[in-house]
Write a protein that binds this ligand. Structure first.
Ligand code: AMP
Length: 586
């Protein structure tokens, strides 16, 4: 299969902001793809070689890419740098340089997807001394046979800049249409995706064996399951009503979520974003190995920093010292952790995700050996709001953020955010003191003291149904000088020259970004706004909802993917709760 087929599709996708058109282009591409290549084509369209959880990055620095362009074209490196500086995009710069070469040299053979993929694999796997030269050779070998357009996309892929805005759900839609002829089959594909986090594997199964095989897709140890997420309500009373009394209230600890996969003696740990974080937590790995009594199992726990002398739980900030590349052993001693297991999804060949909460909890209690470092998260069964409120107080006294109240009959719905798990925090009861995790999609130039830096940011909430980020706030408060220095650096890799295809905003930012960076924000209340597009028309025609007096808390949520941001539905629920409170006061 020729790589030009992929490059042509990328070009079309770049030319539109309409999701339905993107799906059409992908359907067309997938139908043209040989079955044995479909997984690779799916990974490539997202700028990857493997599913995310494998943690493989092609990781070529721009400097090296420029050297490779020079090697392949014979062009002076300084001239290439000047072209890059002028254009501002490394891919387009490569295209430009190769265009001038093409008149002189005819390329020898057309690039195939197989060659590109294999070469990228070699680049990704090369490390150690001398690796730069080897990578250089591989990259320039691709350029030797690439058309300028192909070179543009190859360069963007290897430098991690292929940002077509093709989200997982868009790929699932396209796969459903391409291989089952019907977009309404997406939920079947989505379920398997939620159980395996591997779009390529699903593409391969549906393309070669059809929908029935996808339905039989099984949980596999070492392939992370997409985490179940929680909705939130403001009072125990509302939660008891919503769950019709079927409530199991658990401590909501403020740590890091860990999905532990035990495979006999080996243990792999995945973060909430499904990165392999085993390397950060050798102590957790050993605790899982010792205290989870099964040969093969998948369980979820909150990992919390703890003072071993007093047994007191410590805040999230302490735990963040554990997220480091070097000095892990020392960090392990300085910041020890405890593990609080809260779910079990798989045990020795048995898929427990379809079992109700109460049964999973029972199994968890049987399978976890509890000691001073490892616990099953404390919890009670109750249909009494008063009792749940008291348990909330107890949880807070013990260093928790609040409670997680779960439907005792609820199954584990991988990847879903539903009212089967409901967060309850103390702040809700007084005012809108709770925080929102919102995605930065734009920035505004600063004035006065902030001249030359960003002065404010455009924030969005996530609309999962259509996979779009909708504007909900323009924020300029809560930023220290230090954080204002930091943001341009953090956001630089995501800068684009137009509003991103997955963003919906009436406000025109000065600078746009790919939705990627999440920040934590508090606000005084939610108001109706004609400017913002979050929940447009839901409350009043022609208006959306916006945060009033938003303030940055100083916390970057880099443990969350953009799709884990606060959703537009959550904003709507909080708005409704606010109305109810006002009504009950008057
Ligand atoms: P939030 O990040 O505010 O949406 O809350 C969801 C997170 O709470 C989960 O991803 C877990 O990391 C964490 N958590 C703490 N305690 C529990 C619990 N008992 N059950 C489920 N999640 C919990």
């Amino acid at each position: 299969m020729l790589y030009s087929v992929i490059a042509d599709t990328y070009e079309k996708i770049e030319g539109t902001t309409k999701r339905l058109e993107i799906i059409d282009y992908l359907v067309d591409l997938f139908k043209k793809t040989d079955i044995d290549l479909i997984d690779k084509v799916v990974y490539l369209t997202q700028g990857k070689l493997y599913p995310d959880y494998m943690g493989v990055e092609i990781g070529v620095a721009e400097k090296l890419a420029i050297r490779a362009i020079g090697l392949a074209t014979g062009k002076d490196l300084e001239k290439i740098r000047i072209i890059y500086k002028k254009i501002g995009d490394i891919g387009s710069a490569a295209e430009e340089v190769l265009k001038s070469r093409i008149q002189a040299t005819l390329f020898e053979e057309q690039l195939t997807v197989e060659t590109v993929y294999k070469t990228l694999e070699k680049i990704a796997k090369t490390s150690g001394p001398g690796s730069l030269d080897i990578k250089l050779k591989h990259i320039s070998s691709l350029f030797n046979n690439a058309t300028p357009k192909e070179a543009k996309y190859i360069v963007r892929t290897i430098t991690g800049k292929l940002r077509l805005g093709v989200a997982d759900y868009t790929v699932l839609d396209a796969l459903a249409v391409a291989f089952t002829g019907d977009k309404s089959n997406r939920p079947v594909l989505e379920r398997s995706y939620n159980l395996s986090s591997d779009l390529g594997a699903i593409a391969e199964t549906v393309a070669s064996e059809g929908l029935e095989s996808v339905k039989r897709f099984k949980i596999t140890v070492n392939k992370p399951i997409r985490p179940m997420l929680a909705e939130r309500l403001e009072t125990a009373q509302e939660i008891v009503e919503k769950l019709e009394g079927r409530c199991a209230a658990e401590y909501k600890l403020d740590g890091e979520r860990i999905q532990a996969h035990k495979d006999v003696s080996s243990v792999t740990l995945f973060s909430r974003r499904l990165e392999n974080i085993t390397g950060h937590y050798p102590d957790v790995r050993d605790l899982v190995r010792k205290n989870l009594k099964a040969d093969k199992a998948i369980a979820e726990a909150e990992c919390v920093a703890v003072n071993l002398d007093t047994g007191k739980l410590l805040p999230f900030q302490d735990l963040m010292h554990r997220r480091r590349k070097y000095g892990i052993k020392k960090a392990m001693e300085t910041y020890p952790v405890s593990l609080f297991f809260f779910d079990i999804l798989y045990v020795d060949g048995e898929d427990l995700t379809q079992k109700p909460y109460s049964e999973r909890r029972k199994r968890l209690e049987q399978l976890i050996t509890q000691d001073d470092r490892v616990k099953v998260v404390p919890g009670i069964y109750s249909d009494d709001p008063k009792e749940i409120e008291n348990f909330l107080e107890e949880a807070i006294v013990n260093g928790c953020e609040g409670l997680m109240v779960k439907d005792t009959k609820g199954i584990y719905r991988a990847g879903a955010r539903e009212f089967s798990w409901i967060k309850l925090k103390r702040e809700y009861r007084s005012e809108l003191g709770d925080s929102f995790d919102l995605v930065i999609v734009g920035a505004f130039h600063g004035r006065g003291r902030r001249a030359g830096r960003y002065g404010a940011f455009l924030l969005t909430a996530y609309d999962k149904d259509v996979d779009i980020f909708r504007s909900v706030s323009k924020i300029g408060t809560g930023f220290t000088d230090e954080s204002l220095e930091k943001f341009p650096k953090i956001l630089a890799p995501y800068k684009i020259d137009h509003m991103h295809a997955r963003v919906d905003s009436k406000l025109e930012a000065d600078i746009w970004f790919v939705p990627q960076i999440i920040i934590e924000v508090i606000a005084s209340e939610i108001t109706i706004s004609p400017i913002h597009t979050c929940c447009m028309n839901a409350i009043r025609k022609g208006s959306g909802l916006a945060l009033r007096f938003p303030k940055f808390t100083g916390r970057l949520r880099d443990d969350k993917a953009p799709e884990d941001a606060t959703t537009v539905n959550e904003i709507l629920e909080i708005y409704k709760g606010q109305l109810k409170r006002v009504a009950s006061r008057t």
